[in-house]
Design a protein around this ligand. Structure first.
Ligand code: IVH
Length: 676
């Protein structure tokens, strides 16, 4: 085929796909079957991978939400579906409340009211309504994009298809939980391990008629984006949901203060088995929407909500072996292999032992009978072992002093802040020497929060490593796909899918790239901070050669530990080479601040002294939301020093000397058009 013909074929296919998308998304009337749609999409992707001159802005490789999927189309959530932090007892709740009061700069006598909502263990869903009609229903997916399961959700009676109330917002994304009642579950003919699996399985049926057979229910509890919602707090919102025709949890309650949260918690836990659906805890949400907005989110959970989990399930089983796993930072983590045991509906065969000290303290040995605890989605752990039932020949477990993978010496670092030796023992080898560390680094590189290469799971990383297909991160982008196609368990289609997923991620943001490198102490948040500071990949790399790296200490959030770790990373030649090679195969997007043209564009701020009614953390988020940055030391590059009550004299003097403008709280708030 000549070039012209290929281009013509490509363009015709793209045009057809655009039509299909239009029918599906705008008119909500799919004009072809899912299979025909997927086939067309795949044929476009195959053409693109064969002929590099093909390119279109409407290509499925460029449009979010049109990725290949087995049964369902993926669509980005306009507002991400977050998860919740967990609390296990009174102390966690007190800390949660303290953090909130600190952030809002309120005294401890300030009364916080919460909407306390029993947490149903089901599958969350997002329902998009436009002009009072149910239009699109999405699964949670990875929180950023979900699967379009509109047809299946539409079979659920509890989900209103049309809303007749006058005060229903023009547009709203109602979120809640799809679940099966226990009594309904008992009568099901289909074989599922528990109600949650049954709900999840039936929601993912290809044919909505199969979903219809399962008595799914829906309870609403929050919203994503909205246009025209006139409610000021969560409890009123829950009431409104009822008025509009949604079901809500009858046990939801407005509660003030931690003590009352605990009373409510024990009351509900006591009657837990009398309720006809499974709950695994209680969600507490700050009732006032205004406060929720001020509090905002950290990484992927809101600051204003927490899930208070019910006591976990326990079981007794035998420890068959103690294995040492090596993490990507070299940490040696002991894991107990136990005789498989059912704990609260889940078969458990591994339990974490945390570290060497924990084994010592509890005197845990191979062959012991152990009590194992599992709480929610947390990794099971060993509470205690029964020393009386222990074999006479049993011997104390000796923790290896050399790395079981590469034989390097292991060390326990000294923590300069706590002035104590670290509990964790680590392989002391650096960079890409220890086989187990390398494999873990590669798994991290392709993982969800990092490059997020779909279909590139942990097993594939291990397998490709063994086959010498990948040894370093850059190898992922130079894979020999012909070889992969011929591997056992692979074929043309699965190879094409992998190739597609990898190609899709060649376009990456600087913050994701930094996070993917797996530099110790540089998690999602710190990677974000560094990327904002360096702005471009070339800045990031060039900093490696200069002492100017010390400047990153000025950034709020980066401390000595992080700085030393970044320095250590740049001191390693292999790392520098990896960066060079990655640059050749990737398109690395410069850092973008949320609102590039915010009111505080390109300005740096520092705060000293106590502000009135607003915490440091909130000032920092306000600055960042408005495209400024906040720093922790005074240099001549600082644009403004904000002073509150009792400022540090030295800082004020330094600022005066460097002729840095000094603002009081009101002057600062005025810059943001906030008057107090
Ligand atoms: S609010 C932004 N409310 O818990 C807060 N979630 O771990 C997140 N869940 O994915 C959603 N009951 O599946 C919220 N009353 C409730 C809930 C609830 C159950 C689930 C939901 C979510 C998960 C978060």
């Amino acid at each position: 085929m000549n070039k012209k013909k290929i281009e013509f074929e490509y363009k015709t296919k793209i045009k057809l796909l655009v039509d299909y998308n239009k029918n599906y998304y705008d008119a909500s009337k799919p004009s072809v079957t899912d299979k025909a749609y997927d086939d067309l999409k795949n044929s476009i992707l195959i053409l693109e991978s064969k002929y590099s001159f093909l390119n279109s802005k409407n290509s499925p490789s460029k449009i979010v939400g049109y990725k290949p999927s087995k049964n369902f189309l993926k669509t980005a959530h306009r507002v991400p579906m977050l998860s919740l932090a967990n609390a296990f007892g009174r102390d966690d709740l007190i800390n949660f409340e303290k953090r909130i009061l600190n952030f809002l700069s309120k005294n401890s006598d300030f009364n916080l009211s919460y909407s306390a909502e029993p947490k149903i263990d089901g599958i969350s869903a997002s329902l998009i309504y436009k002009n009072s009609e149910f239009k699109i229903g999405l699964s949670r997916g990875d929180g950023k994009e979900g699967e379009d399961i509109t047809a299946n959700l539409a079979t659920i009676k509890d989900i209103p298809k049309k809303i007749h109330s006058k005060d229903f917002p023009e547009e709203i994304d109602i979120r809640g939980e799809v679940f099966i009642q226990n009594s309904d579950f008992k009568n099901l003919n289909e074989k599922f391990a528990n109600p949650r699996n049954a709900a999840s399985g039936s929601l993912r049926q290809k044919n909505p008629n199969d979903t219809k057979k399962i008595p799914l229910r829906f309870i609403a509890y929050t919203f994503g984006f909205e246009k025209g919602l006139k409610i000021k707090n969560q409890i009123d919102f829950l009431d409104k949901l009822n008025d509009w025709g949604f079901k809500t949890n009858p046990l939801n309650k407005l509660v003030t203060g931690v003590d009352n949260l605990l009373i409510n918690y024990f009351n509900i836990e006591k009657d837990r088995t009398k309720i006809d659906f499974d709950i695994d805890g209680i969600v507490y949400k700050i009732n006032n929407f205004e406060l929720q907005k001020r509090l905002g989110n950290v990484a992927n959970a809101p600051r204003w909500a927490i899930a208070h989990k019910f006591a976990s399930n326990k079981a007794i089983s035998k420890i068959i072996n103690i294995e040492i796993q090596i993490g990507r930072t070299g940490a040696l983590t002991p894991v107990a292999k136990i005789k498989p045991v059912n704990i609260g509906g889940v078969i458990v065969s591994n339990a974490t032992l945390h570290n060497e000290d924990e084994i010592d303290r509890k005197d845990i040995r191979v062959g012991d009978l152990a009590t194992i605890e599992r709480a929610g989605d947390v990794i099971p752990h060993i509470l205690s072992v029964d020393k009386r039932k222990r074999d006479k020949q049993s011997i104390k477990f000796i923790f290896p002093k050399k790395c079981p993978s590469c034989g390097s010496k292991t060390i326990k670092e000294f923590n300069h802040i706590t002035k104590k030796e670290d509990a964790v023992r680590r392989c002391a080898s650096e960079g890409y020497v220890c086989e187990k560390i390398v494999i873990e680094k590669l798994k991290h590189f392709v993982s969800k929060e990092a490059f997020n290469i779909e279909g590139f799971g942990k097993k594939i990383v291990e397998n490709f490593w063994k086959l010498n297909l990948i040894k370093l991160p850059q190898d992922i982008f130079n894979l020999d796909f012909k070889k992969i196609e011929n591997l056992e368990g692979w074929g043309k289609q699965s190879m094409e899918n992998l190739k597609y997923s990898i190609n899709q991620r060649k376009n990456i943001s600087l913050e994701k790239l930094i996070y993917s490198l797996g530099i110790r102490h540089i998690g999602v948040e710190n990677a974000k901070i560094l990327s904002k500071y360096f702005k471009s990949f070339s800045n990031f790399v060039s900093f490696s050669s200069g002492t100017s790296l010390d400047d990153i200490l000025d950034i709020d959030g980066i401390g000595e530990t992080q700085l030393n770790s970044v320095k250590g990373f740049f001191n390693n030649k292999i790392n520098l080479n990896i960066l060079k090679e990655l640059q050749k195969v990737l398109i690395i997007k410069d850092a973008v601040t949320k609102d590039k043209n915010g009111l505080l564009k390109e300005k740096t701020f520092m705060v000293t002294g106590k502000l009135n009614g607003i915490s440091r953390a909130e000032v920092k988020s306000l600055i960042e939301e408005n495209s400024g940055s906040s720093v922790s030391t005074i240099t001549k590059k600082l644009n403004y020093l904000i002073i509150g009550d009792k400022p540090t004299k030295k800082k004020v003097d330094q600022a005066k000397e460097l002729q840095i403008p000094i603002l009081n709280q009101n002057q600062f708030l005025k810059m943001l058009n906030i008057t107090s």
